[in-house]
Ligand binder design. Sequence first.
Ligand code: NAD
Ligand code: MG
Length: 387
Amino acid sequence: MAEGISRVAVLGSTGSIGRSALEVIAAHPTRLRCVGLAARCSTAELESQAKQAKPQWIFVADDQAARQHSWAGLPTETRQLAGDEALERAVQANDVDIVLSAIVGSAGLRSTWAALEAGKTVALANKETLVVAGRLAMDLARDRGATILPVDSEHSAIFQAMQAGRRSEICRVILTASGGPFRNHSREQLEQATVAEAMAHPHWSMGRKITIDSATMMNKALELIEACWLFDLDEAQIEVVVHPQSIVHSMVEFVDGSVVAQLSPPDMKLPIQYALTYPDRLPGVAATMDWSQRHRLDFEPVNVERFPAIDLAREVARRGGTAGAVLNAANEAAVAGFLSGELRFTDIVPSCRAIVEQHHFEPSPSLDRLIELDRWARKEMARWVCT
Ligand code: NAD
Ligand code: MG
């Protein structure tokens, strides 16, 4: 490795997290270098990212989209990879130090897995990997000496706050949630929720899937499961609290009653940078708090009747085994159904619950079994979406 430089593969580079990561990398040329870019089908954007970052490789998951693009502007030093195995090999190569896992959904599982297998440092945005296969992924990381650093803002906050005490002194974690665009909607209003309304998140500009997840609070549900795996916590040690200003990104309460929080304006560039430069802190790319202004920080309980995803996640976290994979796949398919106008907003979480409850539960599944159940749950959801 070049002295002091971390070589980063950015998986999901054309997405909201990927673009922010490239800004962070470009701002710290003496510390970070981009060596690879992967995306699904946004070929023009990928090519223009490659022109700027001059990576050694790029990968387009959609073969047809890759073939239809001319790639005339690709830098001469950048080669194009074809096939999932080629991406996995590139991620595992010696010239990659950090893999930023920011592909959306369980599509990000294989490449994240490959990175863990090779003992890489994984800057993890793709929470779905831990929801689907938390036990196996954490075991793999431990066995291969891989490090998982959280990118999700809440988990980055928890990770930072935890450094204020010893592991044995932590009594609980307070996971904050903005409450999304429907925080104050009545049950009747939620039934009429449209895609445009659900896409209008009050603070964060994110990809489509996570934006809908924020509206149903399934995002917080998935984050609760993610936190259990990342920090080895029971779901009962995690409190979910609505904090509409999205400035306190989460908190850790220690046994003496001290609560340590991490605050910053809502901008993913900060947690991305912390994961890419950990344990160092570098001058930030993101805006900082303006303390000359008046700020209010409100905290309120989650209304679990209007937002049943949190209780569902608690049950799934308690069960473990195959439950997370089924919940995640059902939710991905339900979100797609809602976005295409074929599933009502208020049917997303109940349909996920029904599919989790009806699946054939196994306590210690293999990765192949989890992938099979992922497919099964998507098919089951198709029945809800079509009816
Ligand atoms: P996004 O939809 O904006 O971007 C997704 C990226 O993944 C795109 O680059 C897309 O091309 C790529 N992709 C999709 N399928 C692929 C495949 N099969 N192979 C290769 N690339 C593929 O999503 P996002 O909002 O950037 O979120 C990415 C991940 O980060 C999600 O897991 C999300 O939960 C997590 N996350 C996002 C935010 C945020 O602020 N956006 C915050 C915390 C965590
Ligand atoms: Mg988050």
